[in-house]
Design a protein around this ligand. Structure first.
Ligand SMILES: [Zn+2]
Length: 200
């Protein structure tokens, strides 16, 4: 992942109301250079509004949808939605970059290696894949679309904060997302903390 985003143009495609278990949101889709169907969940009126809580969440089919305990993605997603459902204005940017950007197939291959005892970083390296291929350019474009330059970022990931800061977004506060480790994701969470610098 480079620190500076290359693309800059996004266009609003469609917008609709989306009632959720956490409250009422508007869902937006945009057409962007990377041609992925990212989703933006908006709580309240965010146009020109500064210092709102924002969660930038990368898709995890196994966790978000299927409730896998190999990671804490679903926990983080639900906690973010519940948090946002309680505030007047906020945003969840849902990026379609499965498995830290390597895709579902490669993620399952990496899981298979982890079943043999390798950690998540070693597994990716053995497959010749980058440890983290995630790109947050779209999120920067979305914030610019809404004329938002200062946010409270809901994250445990310093790399994400660096990317935003380098692209003109001020982070006034980091809202940590706490999740309880289970026997299945404890090793994964420790790896993220020790080897990828996550603040857990
Ligand atoms: Zn996950």
């Amino acid at each position: 992942m480079g620190l500076l985003r290359v693309n800059s143009m996004i266009e609003l495609n469609a917008k609709a109301k989306l009632p959720t278990m956490a409250g009422l949101f508007d869902i937006y889709t945009f057409s962007s250079d990377d041609r992925k169907d990212h989703a933006v969940l908006v709580r309240g009126d965010v146009m020109n509004r500064q210092d709102i809580p924002v969660r930038i969440h990368s898709e995890c089919l196994t966790g978000d949808v299927l409730g896998s305990r190999r990671c804490d993605c679903r926990d983080q997603l639900i906690r973010s939605l519940v948090y946002l459902g309680r505030v007047e204005a906020g945003m969840l940017i849902y990026l379609r970059q499965e498995g830290r950007g390597i895709g579902l197939l490669n993620k399952i291959k990496a899981y298979s290696l982890q079943d043999e005892g390798y950690d998540t970083v070693e597994a990716n390296l053995m497959l010749g894949l980058p440890v983290d291929k995630r790109d947050y350019s779209f999120a920067v474009d979305v914030l610019k679309y809404f004329h938002i330059s200062t946010i409270k970022l809901m994250t445990n990931n310093p790399a994400k904060m660096d990317f935003l800061t380098h692209n003109g977004i001020t982070i006034s506060e980091r809202i940590p997302i706490k999740s309880e480790p289970t026997p299945y994701d404890e090793f994964y969470l420790t790896t993220k903390k020790v080897r990828m610098g996550h603040q857990l």
